[in-house]
Design a protein around this ligand. Structure first.
Ligand code: 2YJ
Length: 276
């Protein structure tokens, strides 16, 4: 799995406004509306201001990514949450977040990135939430996906979740991966999915693409007027690609926002019961 780097997140806090503008322009939704759509929640029914969120820097494996935790906290604040980064790392940070009465706790190592709801004792995970967020963005940008053809590039964790979500939305799915066995086996799970062994040909014919792979897509093969919702990192599109397609991407905020909303929603029922 691709790991974020210092460079990918270093400007994130400052670019949150730009990400929000890009989302409104391309999908018609701000980041909270997008996250709610991705999780099937009515934005009016969740008060993100009622949640306190702790973000813990994790040193294990390849260690801390500079500004990663701060970028997450800024995304949560943009959603209206009361968010903070713990001073301590790892277990010390976890204890600190619990002592500060955090409702949700976000943390990532090199394999998992989760948002844990301390009240409901359930967690949201980044792979599913990234898939849900980028499918919701594609849906918004395309004016619905039911009955439309969507090319999923990458049959890894995010691509697999995205395929299932797209299937449930009634899209006609094409799947491409450099690992042909992986794309074939994923496509066989869904009756309206087909495997595309020739990736470049599939891209050149696609109006709607969900790119969940780290592959570079050259502008020369992109179809004019296509929409590409692309969580895949590294994010590399040349000038021709950016001119031909509407490209929806950010390295962290969309997946994080969906995780925050989904993990907060785990305690909605409990909150309702508390009010009774
Ligand atoms: O706390 C930190 O600064 C670091 N431990 C963050 C590590 C971030 N992890 C990744 O980028 C991994 N690829 C895991 C993300 C899960 C994606 N589905």
């Amino acid at each position: 799995m691709t790991r974020l780097t210092d460079d990918m997140v270093k400007d994130l806090p400052e670019s949150l406004g730009r990400i929000s503008d890009m989302l409104i322009k391309t999908t018609g939704m701000d980041i909270k509306q997008l996250a709610c759509k991705a999780t099937g929640l009515n934005p009016a029914l969740i008060d993100m201001g009622a949640y306190r969120a702790g973000v813990i820097p994790i040193t294990s494996g390849m260690g801390i990514i500079r500004r990663f935790s701060e970028s997450i906290a800024d995304t949560l604040i943009e959603l209206g949450m009361d968010a903070f980064v713990t001073d301590g790392t790892d277990v010390t940070g976890f204890a600190e977040a619990l002592s500060a009465d955090a409702d949700v706790i976000l943390m990532a190592d090199d394999i998992q990135y989760i948002s844990y709801n301390t009240r409901a004792r359930k967690y949201a995970n980044n792979s599913f939430c990234t898939a849900a967020g980028y499918v919701a963005a594609l849906d918004g940008a395309a004016g619905g996906l039911k009955g439309k053809e969507v090319l999923v590039i990458g049959a890894g964790r995010v691509g697999t979740h995205a395929t299932r979500i797209l299937f449930n939305m009634g899209a006609n799915i094409k799947i491409a991966d450099i690992d042909k066995i992986r794309s074939k086996s994923l496509s066989e799970k869904y009756r309206n999915a087909v495997c595309c062994p020739d990736i470049e040909k599939a891209i050149s014919e696609a109006d709607l693409i969900l790119n969940a792979s780290p592959a570079t897509i050259p502008g020369s093969v992109i179809k004019e007027g296509s929409i590409i919702s692309t969580p895949g990192i590294p994010h590399i599109f040349d000038e021709e690609g950016r001119r031909k397609a509407t490209i929806i991407h950010d390295p962290l905020a969309i997946g994080t926002a969906v995780m925050a909303v989904q993990s907060a929603s785990f305690s909605l029922k409990q909150n309702e019961e508390d009010l009774e």
